[in-house]
Write a protein that binds this ligand. Structure first.
Ligand code: ACO
Length: 339
C-alpha cells in the first residue's frame, strides 16, 4: 500500500542497495575525432574525459536505463519490486513530457500502483530527489523508496565541429539507490542544501523556441533543442559553488572536512573536482573520479559514482558520505548521510 499515514516518531533511513545501467556503445575521444575537429589531447587536458557511453535512440531511452538500474538496486537491497512503495527519478531528459520516467519505471519493475514522480534539477536531479525521498521516509509516509538519476543528454548535443565545446563533455547513463526505513535513528541525513539561480540560466540552457534565447546569445534556429553552454562562466560558477556548498553542508552538520569519508561529486570536469580536492585537502580515495570512463552523465553522475564505490567495497555502513552536485538551472545541492 502506497502513502502510509504519518508516524509520530521520526525513523532512521538507510541506503540499502544500489545499481547502475550503461548503454553498450562506448565512444572514445578517438571516435569523436572522426566526427568533429577535436583531439584526444584537448579533451583529456581540459576535462579528464577519455570515453563515454552513448545510447541507441532507436532501441532504448531514459526509462529503459532507469528501470534496469532500479531492478539492480532492488535486488542488491534484498527486496522484491512489490516491497517498493515510491519511485522518484531525477532527470532532465524524460523520453516524453508524459508519462514521467518514474511512472514507466514503477510499471516496468512491477512495483504496482505506487507513487512515482520525476524531479528536474538537471545535474542536481538525484541529489534533490534523495533529499526529498529521505524526508518522506523519515516522516513516516513511505518505507522502501527507489531513487534514480537517469539521463540521455546526448540527444541534445551536436556531434559536429559546431557543437564540439559541449558534445565532448556528455554521456548517457542511469543509476539508482533503494532507501529503506531503519529502526536505527542515527542513520540518514545529517545535513542537506538545495539552491537555484534562474538568473544564471543564460550560461547553460536548452532553447526550445526563439524566445528562449537570452539577450546575450544570438538566435540561431540550428541551436534549437541543443545545449548552449558558456563553458568559462559555468566553470567559474562550479569551482566557486563547490567550495561554498561543502563549507555550508559541513557547517550545518557540525562536522569537519576530514570527518566525511567520501565526497561523491557530480562528474563535470576533472579540473573542477581537483580544485575541490586541493581546497579541502582531500585524498583521491575520498573524492572518487570516474569521469574518464563516462563523461558528464547529468543526473546519473552522482549515483553512478556511489554505486561504483559500493560495489568495490569502499563505502561501508557506519561511514559518512556527502553527495554534491551543480548544474543547469542553475542549481546546486548537497546531501550528507550517516550510512
Ligand atoms: N576540441 C578542440 N578545441 C575545442 C573544443 C574541442 N572539443 N571545444 C572548444 N575548442 C576550442 C575553442 O573553439 C577555443 O578555440 P579558440 O581559442 O581558437 O577560440 C578553445 O578551444 C578554447 O575554448 P574555451 O571554451 O575557452 O575552452 P575552455 O578552456 O574554457 O574549456 C570547457 C572548455 C572544457 C568546456 C570548460 O570551460 C569547462 O569545463 N567548463 C565547465 C563545463 C561544465 O562543467 N559543464 C556542465 C556543468 S552543468 C551540467 O552538468 C549540466
Amino acid at each position: 500500500m502506497s502513502g502510509r499515514g504519518r508516524s509520530p516518531v521520526c525513523v532512521g533511513v538507510e541506503i540499502a542497495g544500489s545499481g547502475s545501467s550503461l548503454p553498450a556503445r562506448r565512444v572514445t575521444n578517438g571516435d569523436l575525432v572522426a566526427m568533429m575537429d577535436t583531439s584526444d589531447e584537448w579533451i583529456v587536458q581540459r576535462t579528464g574525459i577519455r570515453e563515454r557511453r552513448i545510447y541507441d535512440r532507436e532501441k532504448e531511452g531514459t526509462a529503459d536505463l532507469a528501470a534496469d538500474a532500479a531492478r539492480k538496486a532492488i535486488a542488491d537491497a534484498g527486496l522484491l519490486p512489490t516491497d517498493i512503495d515510491l519511485v522518484v527519478v531525477g532527470t532532465m531528459t524524460p523520453d516524453s513530457p508524459t508519462p514521467s520516467v518514474a511512472c514507466v519505471v514503477a510499471d516496468r519493475i512491477g512495483a504496482g500502483k505506487v507513487g512515482a514522480f520525476d524531479v528536474n534539477g538537471a545535474c542536481c536531479g538525484f541529489v534533490f530527489a534523495i533529499n526529498t525521498a529521505h524526508d518522506l521516509i523519515n516522516g513516516g509516509a513511505y518505507r522502501n523508496v527507489v531513487v534514480a538519476g537517469a539521463d540521455t543528454i546526448t540527444r541534445f548535443c551536436d556531434f559536429s565541429t559546431a557543437g564540439r565545446n559541449v558534445a565532448v563533455l556528455f554521456g548517457d547513463a542511469a543509476a539508482a539507490v533503494v532507501l529503506r526505513v531503519s529502526s536505527d535513528t542515527s542513520r540518514g541525513l545529517l545535513a542537506q542544501a538545495m539552491h537555484s539561480d534562474g538568473g544564471g540560466a543564460k550560461n547553460l540552457f536548452v532553447p526550445g523556441r526563439k524566445q528562449d534565447f537570452p539577450s546575450n546569445v544570438e538566435y540561431d534556429p540550428k541551436r534549437i533543442n541543443q545545449i548552449y553552454m558558456d563553458g568559462q562562466a559555468v566553470f567559474k560558477f562550479a569551482v566557486g559553488t563547490f567550495s561554498k556548498l561543502i563549507e555550508q553542508t559541513l557547517e550545518r552538520s557540525g562536522l569537519k572536512a576530514d570527518e566525511v569519508d567520501h565526497y561523491v561529486c557530480h562528474q563535470s570536469n576533472y579540473r573542477i573536482l581537483d580544485s575541490a580536492r586541493e581546497r579541502f585537502g582531500l585524498s583521491p580515495e575520498r573524492l572518487h573520479v570516474n569521469i574518464d570512463r563516462y563523461g558528464n552523465t547529468v543526473g546519473a553522475s552522482v549515483p553512478l559514482v556511489f554505486d561504483e564505490l559500493r560495489k568495490s567495497g569502499r563505502v561501508q555502513p557506519g561511514q559518512k558520505v556527502m553527495f554534491l552536485a551543480f548544474g543547469a538551472g542553475l542549481t546546486w545541492g548537497s546531501s550528507l548521510w550517516q550510512l
